[in-house]
Design a protein around this ligand. Sequence first.
Ligand SMILES: Cc1cc2nc3c(=O)[nH]c(=O)nc-3n(C[C@H](O)[C@H](O)[C@H](O)COP(=O)(O)O)c2cc1C
Length: 241
Amino acid sequence: MTEIIRLRQGQSWPGGIPLPLEELPALVATAGRAPSVLNTQPWQFRVSGHALEMHADVRRGLRVLDPVGREMLISCGAALYGLRLAVRQLGYVPAVGLLPDPGRPGLLARLYLGTESPITPAEQDLLAVVPHRYTHRGPFSPGPLPAGLLTGLRQDAAAEGAALAMVDEPAAYPRPARLAGTARALPGSIGKSAFYGHHPRSTPPSRAFLRGQASGSDSSSQAPAPCRVRPAGWRRYDEVP
Ligand SMILES: Cc1cc2nc3c(=O)[nH]c(=O)nc-3n(C[C@H](O)[C@H](O)[C@H](O)COP(=O)(O)O)c2cc1C
């Protein structure tokens, strides 16, 4: 968990502390250590007045695998979390507005330096592991999870306004297993599993793969997956509603 001041849509931070330009490379580098779908790193940062804006880099969108941009948005959320941590190291609580401009859905967040407050030891610990984090691709060890891990994860999700659904009863296992089976059978998912099967950690997708994704013609699957269902509240964020 890390301290944050949440801004309402369209609200800016009246404090008016200019961003220290010499710190920007380090801030963006910490944000850029975030995990991202297929290592696409689909974010862009721009300075705008006293704010640092995060934009979705839609050129790195995966039209076949991620037609509504859900995974792209999750990736950018992870990068924003890293950015917030990096701002804490400067001794400020970040003031963050999510999707601040309804007319610009690609503008995902605006971050200002908020109130002054020293970084906490817990935030310091989180920041220290950022350069060392990576996606675990090996098998999981058998045995019980560390005590308190699941509760902690639930609390972390709740602190970010999300809910973490646990599948912890054997009677509930068949449902996600069916979902995974259905996903595997969808056109478009073949390319993804092939990619993950052959590429080691942090290897970016090839240009040819991204070209196929951009044009919607994934050469490793038979046909691009049409997006028939859009969960309520989701939209492509390169589309103006
Ligand atoms: C939204 C999202 C979806 C992901 N999906 C998968 C996945 O289906 N399978 C997988 O092995 N890794 C998945 N990853 C992990 C990424 O491949 C990984 O973050 C990226 O390759 C960079 O490697 P790193 O996390 O080790 O730095 C996903 C990451 C994100 C953020």
